[in-house]
Ligand binder design. Structure first.
Ligand SMILES: Nc1ncnc2c1ncn2[C@@H]1O[C@H](COS(=O)(=O)NC(=O)[C@@H](N)CS)[C@@H](O)[C@H]1O
Ligand SMILES: [Zn+2]
Length: 475
């Protein structure tokens, strides 16, 4: 994986920057000979590993991880009408095994409701079995016809975390959807990625769901990226698949379900939201290398500097800090460029003068230079950098959101971000907004601070009572 010398495109040219950074920072190789399928480089995979470890840690508090089959027989896949309608144009089918035709066509899971729920029907017998909260992290397949893009719109989604829960009542399932949104918000806070939570309009909800709550972020070009969704499935699937439980009175009851998913778009959001003209900016929480140690080797004191640097490396590793000592035969400047491109949050420079003074030069990814005197200061410094990255991202997000009181204001706001305007909830008004602004109505802003600020303004189209809605262009 060679280092190209010509400069990275500026992040203002986001599409070019994004494609270039995936290669230069060794995230994903896009040269795999099947459209929509890409290959993880080890460095990119290390970001994925750290990121999904954090997601597992949040889920494992009260979910259990498991693994269901990839292949789904067509009679199961075709059971739930809305689900089929929503996925029939996206599902891949396996029709042959070896030299023979299969007597039952098998779908490659686009998502796993129809492979999991026949088993849930066997497992769920009594209220005592509920709530059931399982998740899996698998690859799923969707024959996307829109523009495919690594980490953002794949045909093989390699890191699809899907949780599927079963409950006794509609209200308990609704509470689980809220819990999923809370968990996703905490997950993205850990990645320093700001999120917008909204309830998708009914015409944009998950096929077979009562409603969908979505987690969006705003990318540097102002377009939104849906980086998580939680769905209340009501009894749509439990009716179809016969998931019932015996209640306290010995009666058979239909179960209520939810499902919620995150894909490698979470990695796309960390890369895109935090990146800058120099390259990746990785929050210490998920950076594969949190600290790069650069020995400043000058002539005769070479061995002394190297052994001091080795000592520092050992000390940092003993503190659980992901540190690397860069002893490559390169100019320090070339090393700085390499680690900055790879988003390393902190670099430590150690030369003869520093050893004599008992100090270490600490330079963070934003080139702020400090003198520290011991490895013990590195942990707190990394926490400070995490906070800086988070504040920087929050500021960028705020700058891209605009309260709008006219269609014209919406039209200009969505050129580089998200408009917030009052909407009555009628599809006709949404259609008019979308037609006149060439953007989409993302959803109703349930939790954002915008509702009260728009209270006295009626729907932007019909002036009837409205609530805050998010309007924007999306990936
Ligand atoms: N083609 C794709 N490439 C990458 N990520 C995708 C793709 N399609 C969907 N996603 C991501 O996967 C998340 C979950 O997908 S979904 O269709 O909304 N929901 C489900 O499939 C439900 N079964 C919950 S797991 C989406 O919020 C989106 O962030
Ligand atoms: Zn209206």
């Amino acid at each position: 994986m060679e280092e190209k010398t010509d400069a990275l495109p500026p992040i203002a040219d986001f599409s070019a920057w994004y494609n270039e950074i995936l290669r230069r920072a060794e995230i994903m190789d896009v040269r795999y000979p099947v459209k929509g399928l890409y290959v993880w480089y080890p460095f990119g995979f290390a970001i994925r590993k750290n990121t999904y470890n954090r997601l597992r840690a949040l889920l494992d508090v009260d979910h259990q991880e498991t693994l269901f089959p990839l292949l789904i027989p067509d009679h199961e896949f075709m059971k739930e009408a809305e689900h089929i309608k929503g996925f029939e144009e996206e599902v891949y089918w396996v029709t042959r095994g070896g030299l023979s035709e299969l007597d039952v066509k098998l779908a490659l899971r686009p998502t796993s409701e129809t492979s999991i729920y026949p088993m849930y029907a066997l497992w769920v017998r009594s209220h005592a079995d509920l709530p059931l909260k399982l998740y899996q992290i698998v690859n799923t397949f969707r024959y996307e016809t829109k523009h495919t893009r690594p980490l953002i719109r794949l045909r093989e989604i390699t890191s699809f975390k899907e949780a599927h829960t079963v409950h006794c009542t509609w209200e308990e399932a609704a509470a689980q959807v809220e819990e999923a949104v809370r968990l996703y918000t905490e997950f993205y806070t850990g990645l320093a990625v700001p999120v917008l939570i909204s309830r998708r309009p009914d015409w944009d909800k998950f096929p077979g769901a009562d409603y969908t709550i979505a987690v969006d972020t705003i990318m540097p070009d102002g377009k939104t990226l849906q980086i998580g969704t939680a769905h209340h499935l009501g009894t749509h699937f439990s009716k179809t698949f016969g998931i019932t439980y015996e209640d306290l009175n010995g009666e058979q009851q239909l179960a209520y379900q939810t499902c919620y998913g995150i894909s490698e778009r979470c990695i796309a959001s960390v890369i895109s939201v935090h990146g800058d003209d120099t390259g990746l900016v990785l929050p210490p929480s998920v950076a594969p290398v949190q600290v790069a140690i650069i020995p400043i080797i000058i002539g005769k004191r070479r061995d002394e500097v190297l052994s001091a640097a080795e000592g520092l490396l050992t000390e940092l590793k003993s503190m659980g800090i992901r540190a690397e000592l860069d002893t490559r035969d390169m100019r320090p400047g070339a090393k700085y460029y390499h680690w900055e491109l790879h988003g390393v949050p902190l670099r430590l420079e150690l030369g003869p003068r520093d050893i004599d003074a008992g100090t270490i030069v600490a330079v963070d990814r934003f080139k702020v230079k400090r003198q520290i005197s011991s490895a013990a200061e590195v942990g707190p410094l990394l926490d400070e950098i995490q906070e800086t990255i988070r504040n920087r991202a929050e500021g960028a997000r705020e700058a891209k959101i605009r309260l709008c009181y006219s269609i014209d204001e919406i039209r200009s706001a969505v050129q580089g971000g998200v408009a917030v305007a009052s909407w009555c909830g009628d599809r006709a008004c949404a259609d008019q907004i979308e037609a006149e602004t060439d953007a989409a109505l993302l959803g109703s802003d349930l939790r954002g601070p915008y509702n009260e600020r728009l209270l006295d303004t009626g729907c932007i189209v019909c002036k009837k009572n409205g609530t805050a809605a998010l309007i924007g262009r999306s990936y």
